[in-house]
Write a protein that binds this ligand. Structure first.
Ligand code: GCW
Length: 676
């Protein structure tokens, strides 16, 4: 088969390792054979996977006394075979896998869970794991969504892998083959819904033709247990409907949304819900009418409530025309300021979707303080798989370690353990809903994200949303075995490259919490430290001849450190207790300020940029060592990316170092930077 990457981690290549001879099933018994059911999809997937991996063709009729794989829901199992015993511990989407007896049992709490169990079983076989297993697996949180910033014209905002698989020319595409394939991939990593259109939403999504198209999208994803979600434009009643207002408290507007929602649900009865970006970056919202963001969110919540729908309401609200002359102005303060006083005012089916850090998907940010401030509100964390500020998938950056740091971070709300992962799961503040949203932006590129190795991020996102306690290296290795096979050298090399990639990227871009230092005005790609300051976007570094960094202290700065619960606020208030990697996020210091390592800030910049860029050079050699060990097509395509990455890391190193040298005029102790 051509190794073009389209199958990603679901290749089902022949398995050469493990106790293959112990594999005994001769048939698959699916407890639901309706073609639109995920249990049916599970059956087909099991048959296909086992044929590919083991060369065994399993039938669908059981023979007495032979071993079978039984897949279905708890309810269906009980109806046919009686008690299962284990099911009490299962929650929605969870599954029970047991291969200890004659039969292999793959039993989901619901249909989707059964499909997840089938993928888990296949993943074990693919990795040569034929040993008996008995395990219960439940999701950490109910919401595990993908967001796709796809425009109706087929372009993708911050998409780096070609045009949309969902839309074209203003409408949903006719041919949705790739959407079905994508849903299959998502289901295999337990993602249960996709918002298909850009949060900067086009109101014409609500046209009759597009509602029909949305129906077709939902139809092709439904067999994989992936629900449809859509992003809405707040002003649609006026700009698309015929109303003279979009005031959320105007009964006409309320009725308009109710009516439109009914029409969508008539075609997509199981739609997951809406995603709303309001009053952000020029998008319309309730603030236009002096209504609160909660009043805006609740309007949609009322419309979808009777269908069990959810409203994901983004906390990414800020003023993008901030005045840089004001020392205390701070974009990082915005989400907390807009949302904190609304705690408790959102309907039960609203989830406030919060970007992991206070600014915008930078290479390093502290966790958003808003997570600790919303106690009577459902929350979700928004992560980015698409590498907007992180190299557009031309750089290898494995992001799971970054996400893990945020998810594990303990915000110490009320001086008690308050890890971000336990807040978004609803556990910490006893909320019924919550979870994860990941901006993916796959495109029509055969390999989905434009770089074969970038797919580890999509895989890891799904697996971490399911279980944030997993070790980033462990999931990476599962992904690598599934994607490239189990050759030890391949595994070790990909592990070493991936695990060192985020630290390397941080080193040759922006260190010490200064932000990524990409061009922030247009592309968000490549070095442009000068673009950060003196504009309204608020991603400032405040770099001058003597000093740099944002003073976010309460004492003398923007007060942002004070948005955190006391223990954390205190830590960030002082340079001595702030970790070096966030020093310039919270403090404005001279270039000569000494870090905990004893190095000065400026010398650290110089050294880190050399060190990070050197690591990226190594990636090329490391990858070259795999020639002949993986198929030629993927070998060459990754090599092409790594060569670009290596070159671009040098561009980064020299531009950033030269920029700060020119500003500070402080020579590099190692005499590499500047003119000598
Ligand atoms: O960082 C910004 C991106 C925008 C994006 C916005 C958001 C979809 O540059 O492209 O808009 O974030 O998250 O809403």
């Amino acid at each position: 088969a051509a190794e073009d990457g389209s199958q990603a981690w679901l290749r089902y290549a022949p398995v050469v390792q493990g106790e293959i001879s112990t594999f005994s099933p001769t048939s698959i018994i699916a407890l639901n054979t309706s073609e639109i059911s995920p249990v049916y999809a599970a059956r087909q997937e099991l048959q296909k996977g086992i044929r590919g991996m083991l060369g065994v063709q399993l039938g669908f009729n059981s023979t007495k006394n032979a071993s079978a794989i039984i897949v279905g829901t708890v309810e269906a199992y009980k109806a046919k075979y009686g008690d299962l015993g284990e099911q009490e511990q299962l929650v929605d989407d969870g599954f029970y896998l047991n291969s200890q007896g004659r039969n292999v049992l793959i039993i989901g709490q619901n249909e989707r869970g059964a499909l997840y169990g089938a993928f888990e079983y296949l993943s074990r076989l693919a990795q040569g794991n034929f040993g008996p297993v008995s395990s219960i697996s439940n999701p950490h949180a109910p919401i595990r969504w993908a967001n796709e910033w796809n425009n109706l014209d087929g372009t993708i905002e911050r998409g780096y892998a070609g045009p949309s698989i969902f839309f074209e020319g203003g409408f949903v595409k006719e041919n949705l083959t790739r959407v079905a394939e994508y849903a299959r991939l998502l289901a295999s990593v337990r993602i249960n819904a996709v918002v298909v259109n850009n949060v900067n939403a086009n109101p014409t999504l609500l046209s009759a033709r597009n509602i029909e198209g949305l129906g077709r999208l939902a139809d092709v994803m439904r067999p994989y247990g992936v629900q449809l979600g859509i992003a809405l434009n707040f002003a649609a009643p006026q700009t698309f409907g015929q109303l003279d207002t979009f005031d959320p408290l105007d009964p006409k507007v309320d009725a308009w949304w109710g009516n439109n929602t009914d029409q969508i649900y008539a075609r997509v009865p199981d739609m997951a819900g809406y995603l709303i970006k309001a009053n952000s970056e020029g998008q319309p919202g309730p603030l236009t009418y002096n209504r609160t963001l909660a009043e805006g969110a609740n309007m949609f919540a009322r419309a979808v409530a009777k269908y069990g729908g959810v409203v994901m309401f983004r906390a990414f609200v800020y003023d993008n025309k901030l005045n840089p002359a004001i020392w205390k102005a701070d974009r990082a303060n915005a989400a907390f300021e807009f949302f904190r006083h609304l705690d408790g005012k959102f309907d039960e089916n609203v989830v406030v979707q919060i970007k992991y850090g206070p600014i915008d998907f930078q290479v390093r940010e502290p966790a958003s303080p808003l997570f600790s401030a919303l106690r009577q509100t459902n929350t979700a964390i928004e992560l980015q798989i698409t590498q907007e500020y992180l190299g557009h998938q031309t750089h290898l950056v494995y992001l799971s370690p970054l996400w893990k740091e945020i998810l594990d971070f303990d915000l110490r709300a009320d001086n008690k353990s308050s890890q971000v992962k336990d807040i978004v799961s609803g556990k910490r503040f006893k909320r019924s809903l919550g979870g994860f949203a990941g901006v993916v932006n796959v495109g029509t590129n055969t390999n989905w994200l434009g770089h074969h190795l970038a797919m580890s991020n999509l895989y890891a996102y799904g697996m971490m949303a399911w279980d944030p306690s997993v070790d980033p290296e462990t999931i990476l290795q599962d992904w690598a075995r599934l994607t490239f096979g189990s050759d030890r050298a391949v595994l070790d090399t990909i592990t070493s490259m991936s695990m060192s990639s985020w630290p390397a990227y941080e080193n040759y871009t922006g260190n010490l919490g200064i932000q990524t230092l990409t061009d922030i005005l247009y592309t968000h790609f490549g070095p442009n430290p000068a673009s950060q300051d003196n504009n309204g976007w608020g991603q400032w570094t405040r770099a001058n001849k003597k000093s740099l960094g944002m003073d976010r202290t309460v004492r003398n700065g923007t007060g942002n450190a004070g948005q955190y619960p006391p223990e954390i606020a205190q830590m960030y208030e002082n340079t001595e207790s702030t970790p070096d990697n966030l020093l310039l996020w919270f403090h404005h210091v001279p270039y000569t300020h000494r870090l905990k390592s004893g190095e000065t800030v400026i010398q650290h910049f110089y050294d880190a940029h050399y060190a990070g860029a050197a690591v990226a050079q190594e990636f090329v050699k490391q990858w070259e060592s795999l020639k002949g060990k993986i198929d030629e097509q993927r070998y060459q395509e990754v090599l092409f990316r790594q060569e670009f990455h290596a070159g671009h890391a040098l561009v980064w190193r020299d531009s950033i170092n030269q920029f700060y040298y020119n500003l500070s005029e402080i020579p590099d102790e190692a005499k590499r930077v500047g003119i000598h």
